[in-house]
Design a protein around this ligand. Structure first.
Ligand code: PRP
Length: 217
């Protein structure tokens, strides 16, 4: 049996990814056990889980270090790698938005040469390029909402989930760039070479999503 490697995004999405895989009949006991190990192997099932930083999951899958990845659509858009996106898993739903002070609502294009703070420079660049607006992208690593408050940038491009971070910092959504959620992605070669293992897994997860009434493309 060919071994299958699944890359999980450490953090928010990992627990829900494991719950879903388990509900779909994949034994996930090795990843449930508390551990700091980064590779968790179920020899009997011929299954390996690797625990990666979310932003690195597409890289592992692209190079074939993992056959399958479960990761947010935000990361896929930002990394823009050539992977098969096989399932919308529904959980981790949120939006990629342009945000800033409320008084910029409806007049985002009124500020020339805006500074845009973001953890997602590629997504932000593509958005403003499509609008033919010239901007300076300032890359940050988190707490991006801080940037307009201290005058580092006029607007931000960031994830909005409940909207609470924006509200509590006096900011608003100025435009929505994309709807996001967790996705299952597959390496292009693995999809062919390990079809016997990957297709049944995709089908089982899809059935589970259908039963739960969750999104699946
Ligand atoms: C994310 C995102 C927003 C916040 C949105 O940050 O970057 O800051 O969550 O969630 P909300 O709309 O429910 O308030 P995260 O918690 O991942 O931390 P970070 O800002 O350090 O990246």
């Amino acid at each position: 049996m060919l071994e299958l490697t699944i890359a999980l995004a450490k953090g928010r999405l990992a627990d829900q990814a494991i719950d879903l895989l388990e509900a779909a009949g994949t034994d996930c006991r090795v990843v449930r056990a508390p551990s700091r190990k980064l590779i968790l192997t179920d020899e009997q099932a011929g299954l390996r889980f690797i625990m990666a930083k979310p932003a690195d999951v597409p890289t592992y899958v692209d190079y074939g270090a993992a056959d399958i990845g479960i990761v947010g659509k935000d990361t896929l858009l930002e990394e823009n790698r050539s992977l098969y996106e096989v399932l919308n898993l529904g959980f981790g739903a949120c939006r990629m938005c342009v945000c800033g002070p409320e008084n910029l609502a409806g007049r985002l294009d009124s500020i020339p040469n805006k500074r845009v703070a973001t953890k997602y420079p590629n997504i932000a660049r593509a958005y403003f390029e499509a609008r033919r607006e010239s901007v300076e992208i300032i890359r940050l690593n988190g707490s991006v909402e801080l940037a307009p408050l201290v005058g580092l940038a006029e607007v931000i491009v960031d994830i909005v989930e409940s909207g609470r971070t924006l509200r509590e910092n006096g900011l608003a959504v100025l435009d929505t760039i994309a709807s996001l959620s967790a996705r299952m992605v597959v390496n292009r070669v693995s999809m062919k070479m390990k079809a016997d293992r990957i297709n049944p897994l995709i089908q089982a997860v899809r059935r589970q999503l259908d039963q739960a009434g969750r999104t699946a493309p």
